[in-house]
Design a protein around this ligand. Structure first.
Ligand code: THU
Length: 144
């Protein structure tokens, strides 16, 4: 696991990538659009949006879309994820990952190091570690 931490410029680029991806959100049922940009430890970025379904629980969140794209391309180590969301016509607001997404991230991220960046704009954001969002978590290490 890496302790690579993005600097201010890189965080800004991640937030902008998440904002751009939010435009791709398919969210006709909730009207809540989310974009995410995931930074791999090698510097690669994968983005994702929420994709809803007429069978509501089948919906996938933006964070999991991004991580599934990255993992399916062979990435296993991650440094940070930027997330932006809000009602479709509204500007970005702090949008924290849901419980399922936190657990999904936990599989591949060192919770003490992995940074979750929730943003309203390029310069207005909050950074939490995954540990802060999912304390006393259950992960792969529990099964060895
Ligand atoms: N959503 C996300 O994309 N990420 C989260 O972490 C929370 C919720 C999406 C799912 C659904 O399409 C909409 O927001 C409303 O729940």
């Amino acid at each position: 696991m890496t302790e690579y931490r993005p600097g201010k410029e890189e965080i800004g680029r991640l937030i902008e990538a998440a904002m751009k991806m939010r435009e791709q959100s398919y969210s006709p049922y909730s009207g809540f659009s989310v974009g995410a940009a995931l930074l791999c430890s090698d510097g690669t970025v994968y983005t994702g949006c929420n994709i809803e379904n007429a069978s509501y629980p089948v919906t996938i969140c933006a964070e999991r879309t991004a991580m599934a794209k990255a993992v399916s391309e062979g990435h296993r180590e991650f440094a940070a994820i930027a997330v932006v969301g809000g009602k479709k016509e509204d500007p970005e607001d702090y949008s924290y990952p849901c419980g399922s997404c936190r657990q999904f991230m936990r599989e591949f991220c060192d919770p003490a190091c992995f940074q979750v960046i929730t943003a309203r704009s390029r310069d207005d954001y909050v950074i939490c570690t995954l540990d802060e969002l999912l304390p006393h978590s259950f992960g792969p290490g529990n099964l060895v």
